[in-house]
Design a protein around this ligand. Structure first.
Ligand SMILES: *Cc1c(COP(=O)(O)O)cnc(C)c1O
Length: 388
């Protein structure tokens, strides 16, 4: 985004825009540098080695001994691949909704004509695992459950470990959208018993959009052998090319280079440390925002994104606009029926306490100019960081 010189506006306090969106997220300079390399041809030794390293780093991140397939697509491409590779004609699915991305599972199943039931929760609340249990008990013909870990539209985290206990007990498959949780929240795939996890590059993995992944637990290897009619996202083709260090079709070469650098950053920090940092970021953001007069929308808040309800009398859109125009901070508004009611602050990726301090201070300023002054929210945020 081009920013006009500070002199153009007496209220402007920034020289560059800062992304606090729940994806795409700010891309670290190291990752941008990797992106700017002259891309090698993809059928070369050098790129095959890169592709294999990235695939292995993704397996490490998923904590799986199984296969990870990288696709040239946004996250939804991986979701579509999961549906078309796992569901066979005549099989029935269960969609766990609870937000806009949970709804996407339902829409994908509808688009492919897959019979399905759905369980829901009021947006912002975590879906009760007992509903999943009841749905599977009610209809034994359901073969596969599709759910979301971190629901980006509401800022809620769902108890996918509990979902996995249930699906395992019933002998069903579980597919989890971890697009805003991988790298943010622990989600040890094999240990928890999650058959399939889908992810995208532009959220917790702090790379540009365009690489999606599907990871299959070792015991789920045969799950992609049947499936629905498919071509580009046929994971059997990906499986055939994988041992050669290749993808079935031209990979997003530059993005794979960028993703490698981002995964190296996570590896250097340590996955446990990255999880702990996200926990502290989220605690600081929630406590600071609350001290500035905003309330949490979700009763089960994710560490990737915080959804706030503005103080009474202030519209969510007003907050989004002033954050952008006066503070140079880009956040996301609410979607669908939550438009104007909430705004969402992303803090997944290479964010630190200073980012949260800046955001809390801006939120305090916005509440104040709208007649809701408060004081000390930044100190509250710092204390929450320390305590988390
Ligand atoms: C961003 C996101 C997606 C995928 O969106 P794309 O625009 O296709 O990358 C899916 N699920 C969740 C939870 C997300 O946050």
């Amino acid at each position: 985004m081009t920013v006009t010189p500070a002199a153009a506006s007496s209220t402007r306090t920034f020289t560059r825009m800062r992304l606090f969106t729940p994806g795409p997220v700010e891309i670290p300079a190291r990752v941008l540098r990797a992106l700017s390399q002259i891309p090698p041809h993809h059928r070369t030794e050098v790129f095959r080695a890169t592709f294999q390293r990235v695939t292995n780093a993704m397996r490490e991140l998923h904590r799986t001994e199984g296969e990870v397939f990288l696709l040239a697509a946004s996250g939804t491409g991986a979701m579509e691949a999961a549906v078309t590779n796992l569901m066979s004609p005549g099989e029935k699915a269960l969609a766990v909704v609870g937000g806009k991305f949970g709804e996407r599972w339902k829409k994908l199943l509808e688009a492919y004509g897959v019979p399905h039931d759905a369980v829901d929760a009021e947006w912002g609340k975590a879906v009760d695992p007992a509903l999943v249990e009841a749905a599977l008990a009610r209809d034994p013909s359901i073969t596969t459950v599709f759910a979301t870990h971190s629901e980006t539209s509401t800022g809620a985290i769902h108890d996918v470990q509990a979902f996995a206990k249930i699906t395992r007990a019933h002998g069903k498959r579980l597919v989890i959208d971890a697009i805003t949780s991988l790298g943010v929240h622990p989600i040890p795939q094999d240990e928890w018993g999650i058959d399939v996890i889908v992810c995208g590059s532009q959220k917790g993995l702090m790379a540009p959009p365009g690489v999606a992944s599907v990871s299959l637990a070792p015991w789920a290897a045969a799950a992609i052998e049947r499936g629905l009619p498919r071509f580009y996202f046929d994971l059997r083709k990906a499986r055939k090319s994988a041992p050669l260090g290749e993808s079935a079709f031209t990979p997003a070469v530059s993005l794979v280079l960028a993703l490698e650098e981002a995964l190296t950053m996570i590896h250097e920090e340590g996955l446990d440390a990255a999880h702990a940092r996200h926990r502290r970021l989220a605690h600081a953001m929630r406590a600071g925002g609350k001290a500035a007069g905003y309330s949490l929308f979700s009763s089960s808040p994710s560490h990737a994104v915080t959804a706030f309800v503005p103080p009474a009398g202030i519209d969510g859109g007003t907050v989004v606009k002033r954050l952008r125009d006066v503070h140079g901070m880009v956040v996301a508004g609410g979607q669908d029926h939550l438009k104007g009611k909430i705004f969402r602050v992303g803090h997944m990726g290479a964010y630190d306490l200073s980012d949260i301090v800046a955001m809390v201070s801006a939120l305090e300023e916005i509440a104040s100019v709208n007649g809701r002054p408060s004081a000390g929210a930044v100190d509250v945020a710092r204390a929450a960081w320390d305590a988390a």
